[in-house]
Design a protein around this ligand. Structure first.
Ligand code: UTP
Length: 292
């Protein structure tokens, strides 16, 4: 079985749920405390053993590229001031992984964005981390997905149970249990943004998938679906019905950084555990909630 070393991070969506800020600041570089969303995603992939990452961007998302570049103006100043610890910290991630960028020229959907990665991926299985989903987990979710791939040899969808209201906005999976204790299921069907009568279960794909290269030919033949976008779900449905796919109910808490509420929740929860400000912020928060 081929070792998985590549990941794709689609980050070319319009981010309309994060307007007005998304007009000038890509949602993928919004901070959780002091680091952009994208750093959490790249770090998760690196911690799972990924060595090569392709980030799909578009016009106006240059801040993502700049973040993973060296920054000589800061670095020289830090060395002059003897702040080698911060110098080493900001150089570490860009040095530890090969990151490439490609532009999706029009936001034609997540499926279309993933199809932009064909030349980078070639003939290998790969992980996709949705550019606005941060997941705080004991074991990086990418690693959990790779372990499931190595066990069953099929593409994997990272899933969670969601509320009846949420399922209508996400996708719904039809599954049969493989190992319910481990949260592993065989997928026999899936539907993007289902109507209430089309809901198959309360399991939905959230933020991470592991795909096999057959997905590219399928995407070439996938017509625009919900919202007139080329939907990755529609292509994965075909993959599940032809080659098979496994669903993994992953361990970890997911934050939807493409929504205002998700952004606020992530900042609050990461802040209370932050080395520098955690204790002070917790003390502030305890007083503040008394006033609500
Ligand atoms: P979303 O549907 O959350 O992204 O796609 P969006 O379209 O930016 O969000 P709203 O609904 O307008 O607020 C999930 C991921 O897929 C990427 C997004 O950047 C996000 O990381 N995506 C989506 C693309 O790269 N290209 C697209 O055409 C659509």
């Amino acid at each position: 079985m081929k070792k998985i070393t590549k990941a794709v991070i689609p980050a070319a969506g319009l981010g309309t749920r994060m307007l007005p800020i998304a007009r000038t600041v890509p949602k993928e570089v919004l901070p959780i405390v002091d680091r952009p969303v994208m750093e959490y995603l790249v770090q998760e992939a690196v911690d799972a053993g990924i060595t090569d990452i392709l980030i799909i961007t578009n016009r106006g998302k240059g801040a993502i590229e700049d973040y993973f570049d060296f920054s000589p103006e800061y670095e020289t100043a830090l060395l002059k001031k003897g702040k080698e610890d911060i110098y080493n910290e900001i150089r570490e991630l860009p040095k530890s992984v090969n990151i490439q960028f490609i532009r999706q020229k029009e936001a034609k959907g997540l499926g279309h964005a993933v199809n932009c990665a064909r030349a980078f991926i070639g003939d290998e299985p790969f992980v996709v981390l949705y550019g606005d989903d941060v997941i705080n987990a004991k074991t990086p979710v990418c690693r959990q997905m790779i372990d499931t791939y190595e066990k069953y040899g099929k593409a994997v969808a990272g899933v969670k149970r969601v509320t009846p209201e949420q399922i209508l906005k996400y996708c719904s999976l039809g599954v049969t249990p493989l190992d319910e204790e481990k949260g592993e299921y065989d997928i026999y069907d899936m539907v993007e943004k289902p109507k209430p009568e089309e809901v198959l279960s309360n399991l939905s794909i959230l933020g991470r998938v592991l795909l096999t290269p057959e997905i590219f030919d399928i995407l070439d033949n996938t017509a625009p679906g919900a919202g007139n976008e080329i939907q990755l779900t529609d292509a994965m449905r075909t993959l599940a019905k032809t080659k098979g796919m496994t669903a993994l109910e992953f361990e970890g808490k997911r934050y939807d950084m493409g929504s205002k509420l998700g952004f606020l929740m992530a900042n609050c929860e990461y802040a209370i555990n932050h080395d520098e400000v955690g204790e002070d912020f917790k003390a502030y928060l305890k007083e503040f909630v008394k006033t609500l």
